[in-house]
Design a protein around this ligand. Sequence first.
Ligand SMILES: CSCC[C@H](NC=O)C(=O)O
Ligand SMILES: [Zn+2]
Ligand SMILES: [Zn+2]
Length: 412
Amino acid sequence: DDGEAIVSRFQEYLRIDTVQPKPDYYKAVDFLNSQAKSLSLESQTNEFVKGKPHLLLKWVGSDPTLPAILLNSHTDVVPFEESKWTHHPLHAHMDNQGDIYARGSQDMKCVGMQYLEAIRKLQASGFHPVRSVYLSFVPDEEIGGHDGAEKFVESHLFKSLNVGIVLDEGLPSPSKSYRVFYGERSPWWLVIKAKGPPGHGAKLYDNSAIENLLKSIESIRLFRASQFDLLKAGGTAEGDVVSVNMAFLKAGTPSPTGFVMNLQPSEAEAGFDIRIPPSVDSEALERRLVEEWAPAARNMSVEFKQKHSGEPLLTAADDSNPWWRLLENAVKEAGGKTSKPEIFPASTDARYFRMAGVPAFGFSPISNTPSLLHDHNEYLSRAEYLKGIDVYVSIIKAYASYEIKSDSRDEL
Ligand SMILES: CSCC[C@H](NC=O)C(=O)O
Ligand SMILES: [Zn+2]
Ligand SMILES: [Zn+2]
């Protein structure tokens, strides 16, 4: 199989409109199933939630008693501002430098297709897996994964697969070494609301909704700056500080020409995206939130839109975990290098697998590339994409032929 055919299959997947909030999941599943068929993989489509298909493929290993390998990827992508892109984000245009522009080119349709292409190469080379290799294509990662990976992990089906190790998405590396993630920050999406007496716009009085909200915003901004300073000073990784960013601000009394200017509104709210490293005491932060940032005494309240519950779990990324050693060596054998394992700054479905007691690494074989996840002009070069397939060839080969019997729980 030549590079041209491999790249056009990638482009075909990128052109399927699986943009949130209205992803065409069935079209993606049909396409992936056609790939699975050409590889003679077993296939099953589950709808843990109606309209949100989950596709599970299996490359059967020779020893069903050994825990299996699970290669996970999500089929949905985030929305885009079309006018800000140099090429349409659903056209998967390849420019004359070989850069392929598309939403999902990095996050993470590349990875889903690279798993399949690696299997194609391994089959062509005559390789037969000892452990079974599952490919899981989940919906809804970009909106929290609750109707996707979370349901899959909670299912009897998942338990019956006896998964020993999961690979899921990572981040591109601007340097030549690959980034690997062994845990992630916990996401909080919350809305802080303030209420207060309305009044004439010319009147100075205490406890208006906007004044109270601004006090919180000031305090939150100081905290944000203290965390950002740690990062700016160097020596602290992105995944080891708390990030706080305002997602929206909402207040005012609408009028046909904009907003009423001489009326102080009785309600105001602000939304925040907060990410908490495993090393930070989230209960202490929650107390601070309730007491300092949304105190009932100031007529304020907080509503969580998204909150990861439970301890943030880490997968051992050292010699105590044979899957780590195998990964590091396999990347090396493919001519690459892994950098120091990190905490993923955002969230991925890997957290659900870890919660089920299964070790999981976040890894996208993308080096020498700026990270453009959720950004304008997301792209991946043809060369990097093809190289990534060879990295997976090496990893899948090592993982699927690893024969020491082990209980996955011991390695988390
Ligand atoms: C709170 S779940 C949201 C998941 C999403 N994942 C990748 O970008 C994220 O914003 O991290
Ligand atoms: Zn992703
Ligand atoms: Zn994403």
